[in-house]
Design a protein around this ligand. Structure first.
Ligand code: G3H
Ligand code: 13P
Ligand code: ZN
Length: 287
């Protein structure tokens, strides 16, 4: 059942658990996420990036997610969301397709520019009933600084700025940087829990954590306690997919080259990985 992302996040926030926002790239990953959510009776968000829209076709992948959610999990709240939209043009394209929720990622801009473009996106989206996630501070990417050490202070969300950012832009959810990083990065020794507490005190909208798909359960629990109600997950499920595919291709000993068998195994591996995350996040049974 397609449900508003805002409602899914607000329910998680009220209920003291987190939901997973899982990135899809294709049919196998889409079905794996939706089937896992259905089996675990868990709300989920399925996310699509601009690169995936280029790869699969924006309308094609959007409708694949929508139709699969409606047909294969009619009783489970499933949100559809654009992940890391970096331009106004991509937001407009998503509005045209029918995305109910988008992220505008102006995190690499200076504060005033991030505020002004995010605000413009919010005005555009809210008129159309779409929700908007913004990002302040910046969640780094694997490879960005080589494998060397990183100056985390350059990336962190400033709590005072977060309060101004939310009130000046009118966003519905905020992605925060507290030592988290995209990909399997050498992360900060410890997330900055104090900073998260300070942000939570100043900001009442749902807080999103990107790049934590490699976090062990202890950290996940600690940030949920401090107000995170959504984790973005991409790398860990990509890895499950690719590891399974490589294994299946190597083990193949017939000559039928049945793509459905090879990708079917990968789909199962992704489904298991999504189920594990759902268990960690505490959203099992919350549908
Ligand atoms: O956080 C963003 C994604 O992990 C990057 O995904 O390769 O589809 O842009 P992409
Ligand atoms: P990972 O790639 O670390 O799983 O992060 C995903 C993410 O933040 C997508 O927006
Ligand atoms: Zn991200």
């Amino acid at each position: 059942m397609i449900t508003s992302v805002k409602e899914i996040l607000e329910n998680a926030q009220k209920g003291g658990y987190a939901v997973g926002a899982f990135n899809t790239t294709n049919l196998e990953t889409t079905r794996a996420i939706i089937d896992a959510a259905n089996e675990m009776k868990s709300p989920v968000i399925v996310q699509i990036t601009e690169k995936t829209m280029e790869y699969a076709g924006g309308r094609a992948i959007f409708n694949l997610v929508k139709n699969s959610a409606e047909f294969y999990a009619p009783e489970i709240p499933i949100g559809i969301h654009l992940d890391h939209g970096k331009s106004v043009e991509i937001i407009e394209r998503c509005a045209e397709i029918g995305f109910p929720s988008v992220m505008y990622d102006g995190s690499r801009k200076i504060f005033v520019d991030n505020v002004s473009v995010t605000k413009e996106v919010v005005e555009f989206c809210h008129k159309r009933g779409m929700a908007v996630q913004g990002e302040l501070g910046s969640v780094p990417y694997l490879g960005e600084t080589g494998m060397g050490d990183i100056d985390w202070d350059e990336y962190m969300t400033d709590p005072e700025e977060a309060e101004r950012f939310v009130s000046e832009t009118g966003i519905d959810a905020l992605a925060v940087a507290i030592g988290n990083a995209h990909g399997f990065f050498k992360e900060r020794k410890e997330p900055d829990y104090k900073r998260l507490e300070e942000i939570r005190k100043r900001v009442s909208i749902p807080l999103i954590l990107h790049g934590a798909s490699d976090w062990e359960n202890g950290r996940v629990v600690e940030v949920i306690k401090r107000g995170v109600c959504c984790f973005n997950v991409d790398t860990s499920i990509r890895l499950a997919f690719v590891n399974s595919l490589v294994k299946a291709v190597r083990a193949q000993n017939d000559i039928s080259f049945d793509i459905r068998k090879l990708l079917g195994d990968a789909r199962k591996a992704v489904k298991n990985s999504v189920k594990e995350k759902i268990r960690f996040f505490g959203s099992e049974g919350k549908a």
